[in-house]
Design a binder for this molecule. Structure first.
Ligand code: NOJ
Length: 535
């Protein structure tokens, strides 16, 4: 029996940018609730909401100041979960267990006095020769240690200094987190996406991290430490006392054996594999290699994940699209992630082909990672123009612009000025127009999602074949007596029809070529339901 998430399509909603119900320029629950029918008609199964808890939003909610409250910008959750469930849509909440905001009451108490019982909920070290205790770097740049003048000690933050790492070696921290998770599960949340979950433990020797040949820090002692898998097991057994809840883990590692160690029975149900997701430029060989690797390493209870975009990476239509090929690439990649083996994670706006947001002035940049990159570049002597280029490169604003609902002012997102700007290219890239066009990216996604839902081979089949010929990736998946073949010619050359496709078949979907022939056209896609034996 498959569990619901094994067949599901997840859809990531970036809270401040999706739908603005109260018209203050920031997305909220009211807007989200109004869009529940949109999700239902699109055909996704589960929403992943980025953090919606109270937060000063130094990192847009990944800096939580009260885990029990909804941030004032997002209004109230009211009947949102109930309404989603009525439409058979599940909801998972992004949860940051690794760090709190420096504005959290726990940290305020901890910093108030070195003898405060909450002091040990965070990680404090004395200076060494007037310097931070080691060379650990923050993932946003600069030292991971912030000096507290009052006590003369440093505190540790793997991200911004306003995101203070909790000390998971202290059992009270774990206890507090479990209580809080139960609170949200009782409210009907269907599970969690666990932020940077492999960072919960740091090495208690606090040794210096090594650096590679390019002087880049290797995060040897600040993630994936001894004991972390036991913590995963505890979180898993706690959350799974509640029936049917899912745990999705963000494990920042390129090592597939590290990723698989976190997933499976009694651990996390789904672990993101960034190796496919973050391929930097379009590369069919790299995509195929990752699909093959995922098939090789994943055991029965370790699910592959399929995604190319998120709130932390540039949109794949911009990253992968060559001039004139954007729409084709978007459609072929959508076909891939919605039909290959694994759990797809769609990112809001990709279904209409939204483009990256590039700023022409640093004043518009919102993302702390981009802003920090700008400041560090200026400190290193770059000109403002050079620093802006570097900042745009690093900035995650690229994929965080407001959802484009229609062609009215502010793309129908809000009547107020949105909190973040729009990408330059917006024409025709909105829900209203694309719903009306049968050949739009959105209509294509809808068709794919419907096919996926109706064909067991697509939503939970195993590969019978996974091949590449030239720039064409093709595979056969089978389940419940059904065999479906998918052919995706990403290249600019025709490719011979593989022998496995030379059988009686129903065409479930075709793109850029109507009928099967001896060759598959450049940019063409087919989904076939194979009927008989080879001809
Ligand atoms: C990973 C999240 O996806 C990212 O957006 C955030 O900045 C860091 N974790 C820190 O919480």
């Amino acid at each position: 029996m498959k569990r619901w998430w094994e067949k599901a399509v997840f859809y990531e909603v970036y809270m401040p940018s999706f739908a603005d119900g109260n018209k203050d320029g920031i997305g909220d629950f009211k807007g989200l609730t109004e869009k529940l029918d949109y999700f239902m008609n699109l055909g996704v199964d589960c929403l992943w909401l980025t953090p919606f808890y109270s937060s000063p939003k130094v990192d847009n909610g990944y800096d939580i100041s009260d885990y029990y409250q909804i941030d004032h910008d997002y209004g109230t959750m009211a009947d949102f979960i109930e309404e989603a469930h009525k439409r058979k849509i599940k909801v998972i909440a992004d949860l940051v267990l690794n760090h709190t905001s420096s504005e959290h009451a726990w940290f305020k108490e901890a910093i108030s006095n070195p003898n405060h019982p909450k002091r040990d909920w965070y990680i404090w070290k004395d200076p060494i020769n007037g310097e931070p205790p080691n060379n650990w770097e923050s993932f946003f740049g600069g030292s991971a240690w912030e000096f507290d003048k009052k006590s003369g000690q440093y505190y540790y933050h793997a991200f911004a200094k306003e995101q203070v790492d909790l000390n998971w070696a202290n059992p009270e921290v774990k206890q507090a987190m479990f209580e809080m998770m139960a609170f949200w599960l009782d409210k009907g949340i269907d599970g969690f996406r666990l932020d940077v979950i492999n960072f919960l433990k740091v090495n208690n020797t606090f040794e210096h991290n090594p650096v590679d040949e390019n002087n880049q820090q290797i995060h040897q002692y600040d993630k994936d430490q001894v004991g972390i898998l036991e913590v995963m097991e505890e979180i898993s057994s706690f959350v799974h006392q509640f029936p049917d809840k899912v745990l999705v883990g963000e494990v920042g590692s390129e090592e597939v054996d590290v990723l698989s160690a976190y997933s499976g029975k009694n651990k996390l149900d789904i672990v993101f594999n960034f190796n496919l997701g973050s391929i930097p430029a379009f590369d069919v060989d790299a995509i195929f290699e990752q699909l093959t690797k995922m098939e090789e390493i994943h055991t029965e209870d370790q699910l592959p994940t399929l995604f190319f975009s998120s709130h932390d990476m540039p949109r794949h239509i911009s990253r992968f699209g060559e001039e004139g090929l954007e729409e084709e690439r978007a459609k072929l990649l959508a076909t891939l992630i919605l039909t290959a083996k694994g759990v797809p994670f769609l990112y809001y706006g990709d279904e209409i082909g939204m483009r990256d947001l590039i700023h022409d002035d640093i004043v518009f940049m919102k993302d702390i990672q981009g802003v920090t990159a700008f400041e560090l570049a200026i400190q290193a002597g770059k000109t403002e123009e050079e620093a802006l280029t570097i900042a745009n490169e690093k900035s995650r604003d690229k994929a965080r612009s407001p959802m484009q609902w229609d062609e009215s002012e502010n793309s129908g997102f809000s009547t107020a000025e949105p909190w973040i700007s729009f990408p330059t290219k917006r024409e025709g890239i909105n829900v209203r127009q694309q719903l009306a066009q049968s050949d739009s990216i959105l209509s294509y996604y809808k068709k794919l999602l419907e096919l996926r839902r109706n064909h067991p081979a697509l939503h939970h089949g195993d590969y019978q074949l996974l091949e590449k010929n030239g720039d064409m990736i093709y595979f056969i998946k089978a389940a419940e007596g059904e065999r479906v073949m998918v052919l995706l010619n990403f290249g600019r050359e025709k490719v011979l029809l593989p022998p496995e496709a030379r059988v009686e078949a129903d065409i479930l979907l075709s793109y850029k070529q109507e009928k099967l022939a001896a060759t598959i056209e450049p940019g063409a896609a087919f989904i076939l339901c194979l009927k008989g034996d080879k001809r």
